[in-house]
Design a protein around this ligand. Sequence first.
Ligand code: OGA
Ligand code: MN
Length: 211
Amino acid sequence: MSEFPVVAVECFELIADDLAVRGWSVQAAAIPFDLAAQLAQICRALWQADQLTPAAIGRGADLAVVPEIRGDYTRWLDDCPASPARSAYLKLMSELRDTLNRTLFLGLDTFETHFALYPPGAGYSKHLDRFQNSPLRTVSVVAYLNADWQPGDGGELRLHLKEGVVDVEPRAGTLAVFMSARILHEVLPAQRDRCSLVGWFRRRPDNPLLR
Ligand code: OGA
Ligand code: MN
């Protein structure tokens, strides 16, 4: 039996409904609090051990670290040591993927995710997650890991929507999910270390919807 409580499946159904209607969803308490706390501890330990790498923007030959545009430090979850928290999080994400595939027929296949730590002052300018030359990233998922986040700590995820902006506080347990090709977003500078797991569900390259 898992040592983490099972998240209500209804939460994933709500996310699927939101994605179908408007392309984004934010659910507080979607990640069990104990699990968020353990993942936060792993992220902070990696940071203290100098195991997080400055994040780059662009792809291939254009890859560059530009802290004014993107100031976080990352490490792929697959590159982190196995742990009950890692397994539990990946299991939750595979359940979310199954729900999205069952209800939205998105043909989501693999999931890639990395820890991200934004030190004070770091942010990520307005962008889309879908790469132009690699159109496989389909659904973006951000799990926030910050206990006791206060208004004024900054670090909001700002979604830029037709109807205006929506700001999401990076509170432990909150899950933000959105269509990678459609939703422009940014990370506002935080006043203190801000931890998250940022991931993408990718479609299979042979998905006929891509042609
Ligand atoms: C990203 C990103 C949002 C966040 O890493 O591409 O947009 O709230 N992250 O961490
Ligand atoms: Mn992004």
